[in-house]
Design a protein around this ligand. Structure first.
Ligand SMILES: NC(=O)c1ccc[n+]([C@@H]2O[C@H](COP(=O)([O-])OP(=O)(O)OC[C@H]3O[C@@H](n4cnc5c(N)ncnc54)[C@H](O)[C@@H]3O)[C@@H](O)[C@H]2O)c1
Length: 355
């Protein structure tokens, strides 16, 4: 291994956030990336093709639950850090069938922790000192807020969906592997991400795709559930800051600080489409909004206090929401092929998660 190389094992690097992170890393000359991804329905095959052109990139198609595979990859690649993003990530799917969420998010994290611990114990000196296991988690583990207040890193865990319960479980395993065995872990809790290449089952791409096609825009309940939105590139930069500057055993909230209720968010998307597609429809896209039965157990509000990440990681979100949302709408309009393939092959836009 060359002295100045930074070798990182990324799990889930074909997903929405993982592929943004891998892209950022590949632009750094010192980075060597090994991406372990099972390539589920949520993966971006097109991103994998792009990455394959880079000299500092390797891909392993496989499951984080496969311990012999994970052990072999660690022994061969000898990473200085692991950034663990692989997960089943869609709340509505977890309501329909939680089994895959428990398997990947909990048991898969357990496999990675065990393999990482054995690998880390075999390291010596500065390599052992510098190694980090960065676990990527969500603000959803904290449960739901009323109209006031923010989640802090010491807020209690009160997950309400099968997805958030599986992420909370994995966070607690990470904590235990640090407290009990000394594995040098760092955990980040991110708010809702948006940006290009997000799978069309998620709120923002779903609304853009349906609205541009003149279809009904199904808003859950009264549309008054509030989320804190962060651009995916800000998240990826925050994860790198946490890897490089995070204190071992600490957790950090990463959020965009932009709170919007779902109805207001959908209205903003509609207004952007009114401008982008001026002349293609007589009536405003807002008229496509319809209210549908709420998600069972739908958390009312998420909002994060990110003071700790600002202070200790020197990180702050940079993408202005209005610009980031406008660019995202433009990206989906410009990349029809990308989402049309998904709609044809793996997701037809139907409502999921009604229990
Ligand atoms: N999207 C968000 O808004 C958000 C917010 C906070 C935290 N997170 C967390 O960030 C991480 C990444 O989220 P995302 O939105 O990019 O998810 P995603 O669903 O877009 O991608 C997940 C990736 O993991 C891979 N994967 C799934 N199961 C696997 C397994 N068993 N073995 C190997 N690979 C597997 C998939 O193929 C896919 O490429 C997740 O841990 C998620 O919980 C996401």
């Amino acid at each position: 291994m060359k002295q100045d190389e930074k070798r990182l094992l990324i799990t889930g690097g074909a997903g929405f956030i993982g592929s943004t992170l891998v892209e950022m890393l590949l632009a750094r000359p010192e980075a060597r990336v090994l991406n372990l991804d099972k390539v589920t329905y949520a993966a971006n095959p097109e991103a994998l093709e792009r990455f394959a052109l880079a000299d500092n990139y390797r891909f392993a198609k496989g499951d984080i639950c496969d311990r012999p595979l994970v052990e072999r990859l660690l022994a061969e690649f000898r990473p200085q850090g692991i950034m663990h993003l692989a997960a089943e990530s869609h709340v509505d799917r977890s309501i329909d069938n939680a089994a895959g969420f428990l398997q990947t998010n909990i048991m898969g994290t357990h496999v990675l922790l065990e393999a990482a611990l054995a690998y880390w114990r075999g390291l010596e000196g500065a390599e052992r000192e510098a190694f980090r296991f960065l676990h990527v988690s969500t603000d959803e583990v904290y449960g739901s807020l009323g109209p006031e207040g923010l989640f802090r890193e010491d807020s209690p865990y009160l997950p309400n969906s099968p997805y958030s319960a599986s992420k909370a479980s994995s966070d607690l395993l990470v904590r235990a592997w640090h407290q009990t065995y000394g594995l040098p872990t760092v955990v980040c809790h991110a708010s809702n991400n948006y940006g290009p290449r997000q799978f069309p089952e998620k709120l923002i791409p779903l609304m853009i795709i349906k609205a541009q096609g003149g279809q009904n825009l199904p808003v859950y309940g009264k549309g008054d559930n509030v989320r804190d939105w962060m651009h995916v590139s800000d998240h990826a930069r925050g994860l790198l800051a946490a890897l490089e500057r995070g204190q071992v055993g600490q957790t950090y909230n990463l959020g965009g600080g932009v709170e919007l209720n779902n109805l207001e968010l959908v209205r903003r998307i509609c207004r952007l489409l009114d401008q982008e597609l001026a002349g293609s429809r007589q009536e405003p896209h807002e008229e496509l909004i319809s209210f549908v039965p709420d998600r069972p157990g739908h958390d009312q509000r998420y909002a994060l206090d990110i003071a700790k990440a600002r202070r200790d990681l020197g990180w702050t979100p940079q993408v202005k929401f209005d610009q980031g949302l406008a660019d995202t709408v433009r990206w989906y309009l410009d990349n029809r092929d990308w989402w049309e393939r998904i709609l044809k092959e793996s997701y037809d836009g139907v409502r999921l998660g009604l229990a």
